[in-house]
Ligand binder design. Structure first.
Ligand SMILES: NC(=O)c1ccc[n+]([C@@H]2O[C@H](COP(=O)([O-])OP(=O)(O)OC[C@H]3O[C@@H](n4cnc5c(N)ncnc54)[C@H](OP(=O)(O)O)[C@@H]3O)[C@@H](O)[C@H]2O)c1
Length: 337
């Protein structure tokens, strides 16, 4: 089997490539070669920028792949040219999308089911152009794939993922909490800790991707992926602390007070409006998706960060001294009650 991975060297793609190599698949990876990897000569490498659409077309329009996994389709032009390039000579084209496609719509149901997609868009909340644009652009990518399937059976399968966890997660969102638990706390949760958490493990996304290879009935379809368990944010953080074998102090502090101390909400990356909660039952029914228990993947991920991660601190960790100052004041005020 011949598989092209567009991207493939940082996090989700990296794990996917290793899994494919274990399956004995012939893997071609296409990326700019900026991020290193350890695939050695076990993969075929093509170096290029996917934004150079002409070159991309020239490189691939005569090649046949059983499967193309597109990990870095972020703008409709990316997908438009992928369709033009692979149409008629790809067995399955798998597109990695995001739960944020639901968060930019009105009447957001939680957990979101695939059909909840069909809602009018909300206007962009002030100052939220980045995450809003991400959701809107991913929708535009998905819409092109639906159209291409309807018009000429372009064999696209889409996966919508919430926050993905696992070793090599370069977003450092989970690590932001790990750092704070490890330094003795506290962890400040800006909107309180009741927000439901239902993320997904990178290994489970990889298995889902493999499970639709050459499965005709999945063409034209979209599947949510997520863990089975849902828990409030404070419980998720408690579980992380237990796995780290550290005591934990959680402080639920109003955002307005944090702003007085010039501390942004991003110190708690899983608070806030842009973290989706998805219902993965359709994937369970149709492609046999069976997610790993949270405690297991959270433990594996934490272990990797503690034992193997050697990169920089999360950017939000620079607010740590101010957080400690605020926490001290907050505790003092609570004791005055
Ligand atoms: N992480 C999450 O929590 C999360 C949640 C939901 C959805 N997703 C989705 O997951 C996907 C990203 O996964 P990932 O970053 O882990 O994938 P990845 O495939 O492991 O890493 C990204 C790859 O893209 C390459 N790349 C970046 N820009 C490129 C360009 N212009 N041309 C060619 N190659 C380029 C990078 O290598 P070079 O830099 O060397 O080119 C790298 O190999 C996205 O579709 C995202 O929407 C992620």
């Amino acid at each position: 089997m011949d598989v092209l991975v567009i991207g493939g060297t940082r996090f989700l793609g990296y794990h996917l490539v290793h899994r494919l190599l274990r399956e004995g698949v012939h893997v071609t990876v296409f990326n700019r070669g900026i991020h290193g990897d350890d695939f050695e000569d076990r993969v075929e490498r093509i170096v290029g920028d996917r934004k150079n659409y002409k070159k991309f077309y020239e490189l691939f329009h005569r090649r046949r792949f059983d499967v193309v996994v597109d990990l870095i389709g972020y703008e409709p032009e990316d997908v438009e040219f992928a369709i033009k390039t692979f149409r008629g000579h790809v067995g399955q084209y798998i597109f990695i999308s995001t739960g944020q496609v639901y968060l930019v719509t009105q009447n957001r149901r939680q957990p979101a089911r695939e059909d909840d997609y069909y809602q009018p868009l909300i206007p962009c909340p002030p100052g939220e152009e980045g995450p809003y644009g991400y959701g809107v652009q991913k929708r535009a990518c998905e819409d092109l794939l639906v159209e291409a399937y309807q018009f000429y059976h372009f064999p696209a399968v889409r996966f919508r993922c919430p926050v993905i966890h696992g070793p090599r997660d370069y977003t450092l969102r989970l690590y932001s909490y790990i750092k704070r638990i490890m330094d003795g706390g506290p962890v400040i949760l800006p909107e309180g800790g009741d927000k439901p958490i239902r993320h997904v493990y990178v290994g489970d996304v990889v298995e889902a991707v493999l499970s639709v290879f050459q499965v005709e009935k999945t063409r034209g379809k979209v599947y949510n992926l997520a863990s089975d368990e849902v828990m409030p944010l404070h419980q998720f953080i408690q579980l992380a602390a237990r796995l780290l074998e550290k005591p934990l102090e959680v402080l639920e502090i109003p955002v307005s007070l944090m702003h007085e101390y010039e501390i942004p909400e991003s110190i708690s990356p899983f608070s806030g409006r842009w973290v989706s909660v998805l219902d993965p039952s359709l994937a369970g029914e149709e492609i046999g998706f069976r997610p790993t228990p949270v405690q297991q993947w959270l433990g594996d991920t934490i272990r990797w960060f503690v034992e193997s991660y050697a990169g920089p601190d999360p950017d939000n960790y620079r607010y740590r001294p101010r957080e400690q100052e605020l926490a001290q004041w907050w505790r003092k005020m609570k004791h005055l009650d």
